[in-house]
Write a protein that binds this ligand. Structure first.
Ligand code: AP5
Length: 244
């Protein structure tokens, strides 16, 4: 817990902003959401919007694994090789990461799982984890989109590594090419964002992740989105689904 001397050093405007955010959040219903869709379907684009609206934590296993790889942790070094090939890392490894993460205070109002679960085994393990906490998944947002649209989205994507902000040369260009709008720092392209690796990622999606949608359909919690639409139109669909 922060001591009063820690708080003294935080500017008043920041404290007030945080206080107002917490007051707004206290009126929001708890939500436990899963975002499923192939690479480039827009999960990472919509997540920050949902996170801010409902005061949830955003847990993206891909981002967590890339951070572990950058930090050269033993887990990160294993994951790095697997991700570069567009294959899935082991179920035990990602489930362990999520189990730790959903217990954090920032997930108190619920969570957005982006890129997890990606196999039926992961889904079953998640459900067991939540059952122990007396909770369950409220909604699974299925980002439906034709594979043919994805190559252009994936190969045109640029990322600001430290914040995770994502741009696209055509669909969401930064103000200055190659530079983050907020910090002015350089943008990078992900190693797996090539047409060749996309093929393996799509194969993994159809073979291993599509069954996760069937798994949750049987529980009656899946909502379909038209992910081929423009980002603002997808946001409207998401808002409709979450307010119903
Ligand atoms: P991960 O990082 O999760 O990648 P992914 O699922 O392949 O998803 P992406 O981040 O590529 O796509 P997105 O849907 O977020 O698209 P975005 O919104 O950025 O996983 C990477 C790897 O980690 C995996 O291959 C695996 O090895 C490993 N991994 C992760 N989780 C795992 C797990 N649970 N189990 C095992 N292994 C795991 O959009 C893409 C681009 O399109 C952006 O540039 C954006 O600006 C643009 N865009 C977005 N929406 C629109 C729109 N509506 N119209 C036009 N452009 C749009």
């Amino acid at each position: 817990m922060a001591s009063s001397s820690d708080l003294e050093n935080i500017p008043s405007v920041d404290l007030m902003t945080e206080l107002l955010r917490r007051m707004k959040c206290s009126t929001k219903p708890d939500k436990r959401l899963i975002l499923v869709g192939p690479p480039g379907s827009g999960k990472g684009t919509q997540s920050p919007i949902i996170k801010d609206e409902y005061c949830l934590c955003h847990l993206a296993t891909g981002d967590m694994l890339r951070a572990a790889a950058a930090a050269k942790t033993p887990l990160g070094l294993i994951a790095k090789e697997v991700m570069a090939k567009g294959e899935l890392v082991s179920d035990e490894l990602v489930v362990g990461i999520i189990d730790d993460a959903i217990k954090k205070p920032s997930c108190q109002k619920g969570f957005i799982l982006d890129g997890f679960p990606r196999t039926v085994v992961q889904a079953e393990m998640l459900d067991q984890m939540l059952e122990k906490q007396g909770t369950k998944v409220d909604k699974v947002l299925n980002f439906e989109i034709d594979d043919s649209i994805l190559e252009e989205r994936i190969t045109g994507r640029w990322i600001h590594p430290s914040s995770g902000r994502s741009y696209h040369t055509k669909f969401a260009p930064p103000k200055v090419p190659g530079v983050d709008d907020v910090t002015g720092e350089p943008l990078i392209q992900r190693k797996d964002d090539t047409a060749a690796v996309l093929k393996s990622r799509l194969e993994a999606f159809h073979k291993q992740t599509a069954p996760v949608i069937d798994y949750y359909s049987k529980k009656g919690v899946v909502a379909q989105l038209h992910a081929e639409k423009a980002p603002t139109e997808v946001t409207v669909e998401v808002q409709k689904v979450l307010s119903s």
